[in-house]
Design a protein around this ligand. Structure first.
Ligand code: ADP
Ligand code: MG
Length: 223
């Protein structure tokens, strides 16, 4: 069953007298349970594509269906609701909230989803345990290594149990050992049924996925 269907998805921005094309005619189907890697040179449109999939970017044309919902027909508010229900995002630079503890960073996505406090405590405790970061729960991001911050980044992405994880170069700032840890986690989550779409330049990271999608100058190339 399709989780994501894109048809003729395009993005361009005004430039001089014409338009600068960032994504061209993207038609793509991603099934529930897939682990997909997006690769391609810098500037190819990978982050733009992930931003659109993650509903962080609304300036595009074409069709995007997520779990059967026609995203292209939804208003921003409805898109945000869909995003909250189904998507977790992992960023290269972690994007944790610096003045909140690890525990508080993990609690935030649940509070946005109106999960009662009692229930949240149980869920956060469980995620801290699964990710091996119980001892870090009262520390602030700046007190953690990059690898530990990204563990928290992934934990935050999955705490509300999304169907889809979008990860834009999640290991781009990590040492190879830390990167492997993140990939092992992705593999486990994927085996548990979570669909994953990651951007990476690393062949090793790509080898954890099932399928590679190549972008060049905004055009898709599927083997
Ligand atoms: N808001 C924007 N304004 C101008 N140019 C943009 C904008 N967003 C992306 N681009 C351009 O679109 C292209 C694709 O960017 P990006 O998706 O970040 O590529 P990648 O992640 O593959 O390196 C780049 O040439 C980038 O400069
Ligand atoms: Mg990018």
């Amino acid at each position: 069953m399709s989780l994501i269907t894109l048809a003729n998805l395009e993005k361009s921005i005004p430039s001089g007298n014409g338009r600068l094309w960032i994504l061209r005619d993207i038609t793509l189907d991603i099934a529930e349970g897939e682990f997909v890697t997006v690769m391609g040179p810098s500037g190819a449109g990978k982050s733009t594509l992930l931003g659109i999939l993650g509903m962080l970017d609304h300036e595009w044309t074409g069709e995007y269906r997520l779990v059967g919902e026609a995203v292209h027909t939804l208003k921003p508010k409805q898109r945000i609701a869909l995003n909250k229900r189904h998507i977790g995002f992992v960023f290269q630079q972690y994007h944790l909230l610096d003045d909140l503890t690890v525990y508080e960073n993990l609690d935030i996505p649940l509070s946005y989803r109106d999960v009662p406090k009692r229930e949240r405590e149980g869920i956060v405790a469980d995620v801290l345990d699964r990710f091996g970061i119980v001892a870090k729960k009262d520390l602030y991001p700046a007190q953690l290594s990059g690898g530990q911050q990204q563990l928290v980044g992934v934990a935050r992405a999955v705490v509300a149990n999304p169907k889809l994880i979008l990860a834009d170069e999640p290991t781009g700032s990590l040492h190879s050992e830390q990167a492997r840890r993140i990939m092992e986690l992705f593999r486990e989550l994927n085996q548990g049924g979570t669909t994953i779409i990651q951007v990476t330049h690393s062949e090793e990271c790509a080898s954890y996925g099932h399928r590679i999608i190549q972008l060049f100058d905004g055009w898709l190339r599927q083997p």
